[in-house]
Write a protein that binds this ligand. Structure first.
Ligand code: ADP
Ligand code: MG
Length: 311
């Protein structure tokens, strides 16, 4: 095979520099060598060059997102061990990572006990969105409420609400670990009402929906909040063991003995989960120690779930 002349190599390099394609520029020598030696076909070489540029762009977007979004860690789909968590339908999670839900401004809610990967998957979805060029923002429920309360005190609530409504993906992590004040809950409700049907929110909670009234200190407000959140929503209900505790099986068993379990166990939600999945005909996940309970009040909203059918 004819090898690429040095002058042509230089021209290609200067074209890539002119096009501001540093990733491709860095890869071009080895790609051309691959072509010259016959290790790569023309199509493979083009693909390798463009992929190198996309990889660099995605890494830069990720770095920028890590600075601006307050994401607490880098967690990816590749780093998630599905075999550890059989209650999760891998196709549902992979399909969510294609980001159709962001396009359609739908929500995702991860429910389940501590350590099962709710935050991991919420972050990996946010990272996928950031890498696709969307603006993302992360906060725990209590962080977000504190920032809204501070803005209100400073007379800048509308500004703050606008800032938090803007991102295409907002992660609201840890709903249920700390109770909120009533004012805080009202502020959060305002934020969610603004984002409703205009941008996607990814939420995580260790509590079933019927406990949200208690978390937010107001049953009526919690019902209105859940109604909006669930209208266009994918629910991922995880029932399984804590990944953090995977090397401490004995301790885990003690903590999750039947007596210890009753407190965190919620009944009635399988009905909701079944309705969610009905659309794709998939089989229900194995029964476990955590289920989602939704009172009859929300059944109309629940019928609108895209729960199992994703993209
Ligand atoms: P949760 O938010 O449900 O309490 P996290 O997502 O914070 O749990 O998970 C706890 C830790 O375990 C994190 O470091 C996370 O990356 C890791 N982890 C959880 N589940 C898995 C899994 N199935 N595969 C790989 N890492 C996991
Ligand atoms: Mg978490």
């Amino acid at each position: 095979m004819k090898s690429t002349a040095p002058s042509r190599r230089d021209r290609i390099r200067s074209l890539l520099a002119d096009l501001k394609m540093p990733g491709a520029l860095e890869a071009v020598d080895s790609v051309l060598s691959g072509l010259d030696s016959g290790a790569l076909t023309g199509a493979e070489a083009i693909e390798a060059l463009l992929s190198a540029q996309i990889e660099l762009r995605n890494n830069r977007r990720l770095e920028a997102a890590m600075r601006s979004s307050r994401l607490p860690a880098v967690k990816t789909l590749e780093g998630f061990d599905f075999s550890f968590q059989p209650s999760i339908r891998r196709e549902q999670i992979e399909s969510l990572h294609e980001l159709g839900f962001v396009e359609r401004k739908e929500n995702v809610i991860f429910l389940g006990p501590p350590g099962v990967g709710k935050t991991h998957l919420a972050i990996s979805l946010a990272i996928a969105a950031a890498q696709s060029g969307r603006r993302v923002y992360y906060g725990t429920l209590s962080d977000l409420i504190t920032s809204l309360e501070e803005a209100q005190t400073a007379g800048k609530l509308q500004q703050r609400l606008k800032v938090l409504t803007h991102p295409a993906v907002l992660v609201v992590d840890e709903i249920g670990y700390l109770p909120t004040s009533r004012t805080g809950a009202m502020l959060f409700f305002q934020l969610m009402a603004r984002r409703y049907e205009t941008a996607s929110t990814i939420l995580t909670s260790n509590k079933g929906f019927e406990e949200w009234g208690e978390i937010f200190g107001d049953e009526v407000m919690a019902a209105a909040l859940i109604d909006r959140l669930l209208h266009h929503c994918h629910i991922v209900s995880i029932r399984g063991n804590s990944y953090r505790m995977r090397h401490h099986t004995e301790l885990y068993r003690t903590l999750h003995s039947p007596e210890a379990e009753t407190e965190g166990q919620l009944h009635g939600g399988d009905q909701a989960a079944r309705r969610c999945r009905r659309t794709d005909g998939s089989s229900p996940p194995p029964s476990g120690t955590f289920s989602v309970a939704i009172s009859g009040t929300f059944s109309i909203a629940i019928d609108n779930f895209h729960g199992g059918a994703d993209e």
